[in-house]
Design a protein around this ligand. Structure first.
Ligand code: KG4
Ligand code: ZN
Length: 353
């Protein structure tokens, strides 16, 4: 295949995203329409509402991605779309759009797994990244350690037994009364810089377990109790809080972050030891997903990886959080190996999907 030009569509959660990428790994365009305002107003994702929000903007987002790339649908080689995991009502909006574009122009279709996309985007960012490698995927809904042996061949080393780290960040932000118009993670990260990370002694989860699994539900509870003990009122926003109260909130944010990330560090070390033992050619740890855009997370994991003699690959924040580029790129990776579906019929009725 000479030069593939692939449109990627992502609608698995609360962002409507599209991008055009070519097989040289050049990002020709990237567009994201976020539902952050809706989320802040209603305090979470309601599937039906998210579906309507996706439906409202999907045509425009895809058109903008094509326009920015100076292309039309006819110039594409294939269309890639996230088919799961995610909210099925939301996924369907993206899949319908992808089938419509592909069907109209006789283009092959590549169905993409959201977590594989978070993983493989690292191979666009770091062209030297070869299989096998280890990946830590940290987002709002997932907390995974995997051994990527080859394209499409992944071994799960660990997962969360309850909540993902991003969920713990989001709840901590909410209970600390931080601005929820954007996702909670960045708000906690920012406030933590003003805090003393040693001031609240949270317990590191799963210390006694000799596996690579995660648990964040207990830490969430510890944070909630600490917030109650300090009588922090989340109805008073941070900007209106007294200096003393602001410091108390920052101390909790910093203490939470230290322990939440320590948990990642410990399990990554264990996973590296285990995986390198069976795959000595491993050179890299990939860290991706929304939480990987956190600077403290990146710095701490970089130290772990250096100690183990490996290299860290962590995509820039815009490619760590949900985006269309990772879907387009994963589509390209699969397409190159002949793994794609034939074009859907033209004029397929919408409710067929
Ligand atoms: O990958 P992603 O965009 O969507 C999912 O697939 O879930 O990840 C979103 C999660 C949210 O929980 C958000 O709070 C978290 O990633 N996140 C962060 C940061 N940026 C996003 N968590 C900590 N620090 C950040 N800077
Ligand atoms: Zn994601």
């Amino acid at each position: 295949y000479e030069n593939l030009v692939v449109l990627g569509i992502e609608t698995s959660c609360d962002d409507t995203a599209a991008a055009v990428v070519n097989s040289h790994g050049e990002i020709l365009s990237q567009v994201i329409s976020s539902q952050a305002e809706l989320l802040a107003r209603y305090g979470g994702v309601a599937p039906k509402m998210a579906e309507e929000a996706h439906a409202l903007v999907i045509d425009q987002v895809v058109q903008e991605a094509l326009d920015k790339a100076n292309l039309t649908e006819r110039d594409l080689t294939a269309v890639a779309v996230t088919i799961g995991p995610g909210l099925s009502l939301c996924l369907r909006i993206g899949v319908r759009k992808a089938r419509k574009v592909a069907g109209s122009h006789n283009l092959p279709l590549v169905g993409v797994h959201h977590m594989e996309a978070h993983t493989l985007i690292a191979r666009l960012v770091e062209r030297e990244l070869q299989f096998p490698f280890i990946a830590l995927l940290v987002s709002g809904g997932h907390n995974l350690l995997i051994l990527a042996r080859d394209l499409g061949h992944y071994i799960q080393l660990g997962t969360t037994i309850d909540d993902a780290i991003g969920e713990a960040y989001d709840k901590t932000a909410k209970w600390l009364g931080l601005d929820m118009r954007r996702s909670g993670g960045p708000a906690v990260e920012e406030l933590a810089q003003e805090g003393n990370a040693e001031s609240v002694k949270f317990k590191v989860p799963m210390k006694q377990h000799k596996d690579c699994n995660f648990s964040y539900a207990g830490l969430k509870t510890q944070v909630r109790l600490a917030i109650e003990a300090k009588r922090i009122n989340a109805d008073i926003c941070l900007a209106s809080a007294s200096d003393e109260e602001r410091q108390a909130r920052a101390d909790i944010a910093a203490s939470f972050q230290r322990v939440a990330v320590l948990h990642l560090e410990e399990k990554c070390e264990r996973a590296i030891d285990w995986a390198v033992n069976i795959e000595p050619s491993i050179n890299h740890l990939v860290v991706s997903g929304g939480v990987a855009s956190n600077k403290y997370v990146r710095a701490r994991l970089d130290e772990v990886v250096n100690r183990k003699g490996l290299k860290l690959v962590c995509p820039p924040p815009s490619l760590c959080t949900d985006n269309g580029v990772m879907v387009a790129w994963t589509g390209i990776e699969h397409f190159r190996l002949g793994r794609f579906d034939p074009p859907p019929p033209a004029n397929e009725p919408e409710d067929a999907v």
